[in-house]
Structure formats: structure tokens, C-alpha cells
Design a protein around this ligand. Structure first.
Ligand SMILES: [Fe+2]
Length: 297
């Protein structure tokens, strides 16, 4: 029998930025999202798919990430999930309650051992998909999280949220909660910060067009284009105006329970390569630095 996941997928990220108006302008004009609700001190941005929003922006002195939100499967018991995450080392924040964010729903928040906030929502209001115009993201693809304890954090996703390990490279663990190869990547680092947020596209053509729109806007590619090893997805990385690393990606590998979990020995690049095609130039220093710098608040 195929795996049943209590979490059906990654839904949104909640970010802090020092200038909400500038962030809305950037994320709608250059990155390809749409503003669905802009209020005093808060903005909700959607992609072209069915999620009510994929990025919530609030104001603060400097950039940070507040939380990563997952959607619980329709038949998942939120009480059980919350208990499971707590048993796995998380600390609940508040109770299970109605969510006041755009799209609503019911949910809860848990802080993991490193203090990162993960939210689980169920019954949020789906949006009518909008015309993607071939160059806009349709949803989040994955969030890559730096970790000072990879084994601990893989275990938290497995035991707490019911994820499965799909691949393990020397520096990273890739975990899934549906047929996408990964929804979360955990990357060994000296800090427990955000590495980057990836936005999903229909195909690589859309990723290239979106990268072109960024270049037109004066935002150079930080890494890529290329095709990753684990997950097989096409990528271009950028640093947003506030120092947050964001990725346009497409064509992530679809897997099932028959997928053989790879180990570090399976994911070794030939000298000089960092992607399957061998075309990605070295990552910029700015991008490398930014991939460590954004704290969970
Ligand atoms: Fe990524």
C-alpha cells in the first residue's frame, strides 16, 4: 500500500521585511507573484495555483522568516498531529484555533528543538487558479533550512510530521510529504537559519522566462541555471532586495515508495561540476553569504 502522509504539502512561508511596499513591488513585478491582500503592516502574495497565499510579508527592522506552513491532509487529525510533533521534540505555541490569515482554516504552531516555527493548517480556502502566462510560479516547491543537527531535524520531520527521507547527500537531507521528491531540504550548516525558498513552475521554459524577467529587473542570477542532482529539478537562484535567497524551479522528480533512498556516495559530482548539465557557473559570494544569513524569528 502506498504511503499515507498526514501533511499533504508545503503551503506558505511567513517573512519579515524592512519595507513591505518595496517587497510587494519586487515580488509581484519581478518575481511573478500576485498581491491578494495588502493591509497595514501586512501583505499576502499568491502564486498562480490554488493556495490562498504562498508568502505573507510583515514589517520588521531586518529580514527574517517567522514560520513555514504546511497543509494537513483532509482526513488528518490536527490533535494527533500536534501531539506527534510535540512527542518528537517540538513545543506547541498556543492551541488549535481558527487561523486569522488570508484563506483562513484551522491550525496550530509548533516550535522545533532549534526554535523554528512550523505551522499546520487544514481547511484553508482554495483560490481560483489564475493564468500563469508561462512565466510565473504556481506554488511553493520547497524550503531549504540550515541545520546544526541534520539527524535531529530529519527525525523531527519523520516522527513529528510523517515525512519520509527520499535522499541523503553529504551535506543535505531531502524529505517528502507527497510524490514530490522533496518539500523540505535540511542542509548542514554552522547555523539554524533559512537557506532558501523555492517556487515551483510548470516547466523549465517557465523557469528561464522568470529568470529573464529578474535579469530585466536588474537582479542577477546568484546560481544557475542548472539541473540539481537529488530531485532532478531545474534551478535558478536569486537574492531578493532584503537578502533572502529565492529559487525558481521546475520538473522535480516524482517518486513513490519504490524509490531507493540514496546516500552520500550516490551524489558525488565530477570535479568542477555543481549541476547535472555542467553549465551552472560558480555560485556568487553574495548568494553563498545570504544562504546562511536569514534567521528564524
Ligand atoms: Fe532549492
Amino acid at each position: 500500500m502506498a504511503s499515507q502522509f498526514p501533511i499533504s504539502g508545503l503551503r506558505s512561508v511567513e517573512l519579515i521585511v524592512p519595507d513591505i511596499a518595496a517587497a510587494v513591488a519586487f515580488y509581484t513585478r519581478s518575481w511573478g507573484l500576485h498581491a491578494v491582500e495588502v493591509g497595514a503592516g501586512v501583505a499576502y502574495l499568491r502564486a498562480s495555483g490554488t493556495d490562498p497565499y504562498v508568502v505573507k510579508l510583515s514589517g520588521g527592522p531586518s529580514a527574517g522568516i517567522v514560520s513555514v506552513t504546511f497543509r494537513a491532509a483532509e482526513d488528518a487529525d490536527l490533535h494527533q498531529l500536534r501531539e506527534r510533533m510535540t512527542k518528537a521534540g517540538g513545543s506547541p505555541i498556543g492551541e488549535i484555533e481558527a487561523i486569522a490569515d488570508h484563506g483562513g482554516g484551522t491550525g496550530f504552531s509548533v516550535r522545533d528543538a532549534a526554535g523554528r516555527c512550523y505551522r499546520v493548517v487544514q481547511g484553508d480556502m482554495p483560490s481560483e487558479p489564475v493564468d500563469a502566462e508561462g512565466d510565473r510560479p504556481d506554488r511553493l516547491a520547497h524550503v531549504n533550512i540550515n541545520t546544526t543537527d541534520l539527524e535531529r531535524d530529519i527525525r523531527f520531520f519523520e516522527d513529528g510530521l510523517g515525512f519520509k527521507l527520499t535522499d541523503r547527500s553529504k551535506m543535505m537531507g531531502f524529505v517528502r510529504t507527497n510524490s514530490d521528491h522533496h518539500a523540505i531540504v535540511l542542509a548542514i550548516a554552522p547555523v539554524d537559519t533559512l537557506n532558501h525558498i523555492a517556487f515551483n513552475h510548470d516547466d523549465w521554459e517557465s523557469v528561464m522566462k522568470a529568470a529573464g524577467r529578474m535579469c530585466d529587473g536588474g537582479f542577477p542570477i546568484g546560481w544557475g541555471p542548472g539541473r540539481h542532482g537529488p530531485g532532478d529539478n531545474v534551478f535558478t537562484y536569486f537574492v531578493d532586495p532584503f537578502g533572502i535567497v529565492i529559487e525558481h524551479t521546475a520538473e522535480v522528480l516524482v517518486v513513490d515508495d519504490d524509490y531507493r533512498v540514496g546516500g552520500p556516495e550516490d551524489w558525488v559530482w565530477p570535479p568542477g561540476r555543481t549541476d547535472q548539465w555542467g553549465i551552472a557557473p560558480p555560485k556568487t559570494e553574495e548568494c553563498k553569504k545570504a544562504q546562511l544569513a536569514i534567521p528564524f524569528l
